[in-house]
Ligand binder design. Sequence first.
Ligand code: DC
Length: 212
Amino acid sequence: MLPIVTIDGPSGSGKGTIAKTISSQLGWNYLDSGLIYRVFAFTHLKNIDFLHEFQNFTFVLNENLEQVIFKEENISSQLRGPKLTKLASILSKNLNVRKKLYKIQRSFLKKPGLVAEGRDMASVIFPESKIKIFLTAKLETRVERRANQLRNTGQKVNISELRNEIILRDKSDSERENSPLEISEDSVVIQNDSETVEDAAVKIINLINERY
Ligand code: DC
């Protein structure tokens, strides 16, 4: 069985940074499942057949920022913009959509191993994983992190609007009927407010060495 680490948590919990750091330290594959939902929202908006066209989306991990190229166009900032953020959250409630994305997400599991981040990585997509992390942080820490992410991709940020968006999206992601964001019983919870990325990454790498 290939080794898998799942990292679930809400927006701004720092799961992206930690997952990318660990995957590059270990040389393992990386799945940002939220980005798959965003790509799905993009295809929905543009009337593109998702399953048929998925192979034409290229994911490039560059200096800790994952870029998405579609037919030679860099669509990364569009995918992370407010419109597709909202649409991805809405579409992700639909069970048929979740089923459609299941196989695509599983296809990221390749040698030598996988670090997968999202909302239901431990509970639904990779339940066989031996290392399940649930990362969380205080609302204000998460708002600040998300603001920095958006600023880094050149977007303007209104903090109080962003805070409201995060509160609404948390509510919708946690209360939805299908695969809501929740802590699975066998997860290790890491409160990621003051811990540096390195501290949290070391903790997870120690678990990997113990269990794989
Ligand atoms: O992680 P993110 O903010 O990029 O995710 C965008 C949306 O996709 C999020 O609001 C809910 C959905 N999503 C999901 O339903 N399940 C996942 N495993 C990852 C994301």
